[in-house]
Design a binder for this molecule. Sequence first.
Ligand code: PEP
Ligand code: MN
Length: 342
Amino acid sequence: MIIVMKPNSKDEQVQEVCNVLKSLGLGVHISKGTQVTIIGVIGDKSVLTDVPIELFPGVDKIVPIMESYKLASRTFKPENSEIDVGGIKIGGKEIIVMAGPCAVESREQLLETAEKVQKCGAQILRGGAYKPRTSPYSFQGLEEEGLKYMAEAREKTGLKIITEVISEKSIEIADKYVDMFQIGARNMQNFHLLREVGKTKKPVLLKRGLSSTIDEWLNAAEYIMSEGNYNVVLCERGIRTFETATRNTLDISAIPVIKSKTHLPIIVDPSHATGKWEYVLPLSRAAIAAGADGLIIEVHPNPKCALSDGPQSLTPENFRELCDSIKDIANLLGRTFQGAVA
Ligand code: PEP
Ligand code: MN
């Protein structure tokens, strides 16, 4: 449930209510909006049966939260959250683009890609060091060596860096290098892993599971947030449907639905959604037009030779075209995207 305070309520009144809730063993999360302060209450509400919270000074009303997720819900926090990734804000007016190879393959491949995507306007470099591949015989990633190249690319270009984590051990190692963790589609319901990234303070990009409903996805976000890490960005990356013409089916409707159900930002991954590079540009446009806060795009200097996901990877030239195009759409919608810088 949430406790909505009156618009003119005083800080001491908010504190008094919070103290009572905490003394009853309930979790308390304060959301201070421009108009009203909302106190989110987590835990077993039955302890409140004999405590008339609505009579406390400054309290306007008590509203139950119907969804199974609380901290992620928009009822709990009506204002959009902006997630800070090393100074880059996701969820504000500016469109954020993450780009880079599916997997870090070598120092040269990564540094070349980083330099090129930075010039086109990307703010964050993606690169897989731990690859959860469908086949155990496919390239599994360079692990820590790959993370060292990512950190070097950040030094050289100023891009922030994101990588996927797949286990407690990889969280521990990646924590030393990256600005943001990625939880992949296959791990969206790995609740132990979600709790582990929730125990860190690092922003987390949470991809939607291959066959997950929006409700399940938001509950996965709740797992991370319930451990105290509220820095969650959602990523729609296509879901499994009967259609086989594309690798997955991009659920564009997830964008407005997510915007109505949660305050968390959402970005879109048209690369994994389609599996084919030629569909990445039109779906990027659609994603921004539908209100996404950003994109994550696979870019490779030579897609034909990529060790993973070559068919869906853009060349740097195609990526530049994409950035130019989404800049125009962003501007039409009153948003901004820096676009090409060189
Ligand atoms: C990836 O981003 O490299 C990836 C494996 O994506 P997903 O988890 O969405 O399949
Ligand atoms: Mn990939």
